[in-house]
Design a protein. Structure first.
Length: 151
């Protein structure tokens, strides 16, 4: 992925996060960075239909699956709702924090992009990702995402 593609993806994620916060009465100051969003989401409470979550995919836990790679990771609510269930639905692309040193950040963004492009599903407190195109993330990656409550 090109740097510009990654920047566009992160800006789209930031725009989506800002919209959800605004719809729920939380003001987003100009210049807010992605790593500041969890604090803003914590202002919304726990009764919302959409919440902010994180999951960590470890580089050494991917298993080969029909030419791609699959991993199930534990999901942690960051703000907004109770943990995900089998009926939960993705409400945003995944994104990664931008707080790493430059060389690490590039690797983490590539890994985040592979997870984002993969097929994702939820279980009770888990997210399973199956990559596409035979790609395997080259590093551990902690991803953040919005998900809607399941039925």
């Amino acid at each position: 992925m090109s740097v510009q593609t990654e920047l566009n993806r992160l800006q789209a994620a930031k725009t989506g996060l800002t919209a959800v916060l605004s719809q729920n009465g939380v003001a987003v100051p100009a210049g807010t960075t992605l790593d500041e969003y969890p604090t803003l989401f914590s202002q919304m409470g726990t009764s919302l239909a959409v919440g902010l979550f994180k999951a960590t995919f470890a580089v050494d836990r991917w298993t080969a699956s029909s030419g791609n790679y699959t991993q199930t990771a534990a999901v942690t609510p960051v703000a907004g709702v109770e943990n995900v269930t089998a009926g939960s639905v993705m409400a945003s692309p995944v994104f990664v924090a931008d707080t790493y040193p430059d060389a690490t950040q590039r690797q983490v963004r590539v890994s985040g992009g592979v997870v984002d492009a993969g097929k994702k599903s939820f279980g009770a407190g888990t997210m399973t990702c199956t990559t596409r195109g035979g790609r395997k993330p080259p590093s551990d990656v902690e991803v953040f995402f919005l998900a809607k409550k399941g039925e």
